[in-house]
Design a protein around this ligand. Structure first.
Ligand SMILES: Cc1cc2nc3c(=O)[nH]c(=O)nc-3n(C[C@H](O)[C@H](O)[C@H](O)COP(=O)(O)OP(=O)(O)OC[C@H]3O[C@@H](n4cnc5c(N)ncnc54)[C@H](O)[C@@H]3O)c2cc1C
Length: 282
């Protein structure tokens, strides 16, 4: 698998800063940009302002920063998972209609588990060779590539040119850097992250699995899966946090803030906009 960051939005930190500031400032975006370009706003202020904003749920400004990636040598199994992400991301994928795989280019992706079992690996290689031979035979007999490809397995390699905005990349990282994601897509997204870390660590550090300290912060997967995850040594589980919270509340007798399921009473409260005083509710 090869993953290369081809390009990204110019002045990404400045653009993010200006996008966020436009929301919160009486200044016009033109005035904000003048401040950026004439050096009134130092780089450190831009970075720290973005860091603060990134901790909040105001994430639409992140759509204004985009990245281009070139990806090659991932399996069709991985690519099928990748293209399920469809918001804020565009793909161009190598066609199996227009591209006729040469035998040497049909390097099937092999999972480690298959490689680690000699008997299985041997059979796998024979099967792949047979598939490859059938594919070449079909092409040589004039079967169009779009039909010959019906024999190709999930292990077939594929290539992509990808455009993705930072908001979607954060979301993809939330899901696919999680150790519960399948190994190949996890590896792919980890490589995308490390490409960004090389050039933009200020943003790259916000690409984490959802349990990361810059994201949700805790694991919300099934508890039995959490226990198996190596990251459970450094990240808490939601259930544990609530248990500790409830224990503390009970011990300190702070009854009002006990975590309980939301009842219709709370929704009535929301509807009637009595949020300034919770006395009426409890
Ligand atoms: C561990 C794991 C296991 C999975 N297993 C399966 C499986 O067994 N079968 C299967 O079919 N898929 C599976 N998936 C794929 C999963 O269901 C999603 O299709 C995939 O992760 C794409 O993510 P997304 O829906 O958040 O799409 P994205 O395009 O990344 O969407 C980004 C965000 O935009 C919003 N959004 C996107 N589309 C809509 C919409 N139509 N309406 C409203 N809001 C929207 C959502 O907030 C969404 O989170 C799995 C994914 C993971 C990570």
């Amino acid at each position: 698998m090869e993953v290369k960051l081809i390009d990204y939005s110019s002045a990404p930190l400045e653009k993010l800063y200006a996008a966020f500031r436009t929301c919160y400032s009486s200044k016009t975006p033109i005035e904000i940009w003048e401040e950026i370009t004439n050096g009134t706003i130092p780089k450190e202020k831009i970075t720290s302002f973005i860091e603060e904003r990134l901790k909040t749920g105001h994430s639409s400004p992140l759509e204004q920063i985009v990245f281009w990636f070139a990806v090659s040598g991932i399996s069709r199994s991985c690519s099928h998972q990748l293209v399920r992400h469809h918001v804020g991301i565009s793909f161009e994928q190598q066609s199996q209609r227009y591209v006729k795989y040469k035998e040497d280019k049909l390097e099937f992706i092999t999972p480690k588990t298959i490689k680690s079992d000699p008997e299985i690996y041997d059979k796998y290689q024979k099967l792949m060779k047979e598939i490859s031979d059938f594919y070449q035979l079909a092409l040589s007999k004039g079967i169009p590539a779009e039909d010959a490809r019906f024999i190709l397995p999930n292990a077939t390699p594929t290539n992509f040119h990808i455009l993705v905005n930072f908001r979607e990349l954060q979301h993809i990282s939330d899901l696919r850097l999680c150790t519960r994601a399948q190994w190949e897509i996890r590896q792919l997204v980890a490589k995308m992250r490390s490409e960004i870390m090389k050039v933009l660590p200020e943003l790259g550090k916000f690409l984490q699995p959802k349990c990361g300290e810059y994201r949700l912060g805790y694991c919300d997967e099934e508890y039995k899966e959490y226990v198996k995850c190596p990251l459970s040594k450094v990240r808490p589980h939601k259930e544990d946090l609530f248990n500790i919270f409830n224990e503390y509340i009970t011990k300190e007798k702070i009854q009002k803030t006990q975590a309980k399921p939301l009842s219709e009473k709370e929704f009535q409260f929301i509807e009637e906009s009595k949020l300034e005083s919770n006395e009426e509710l409890y």
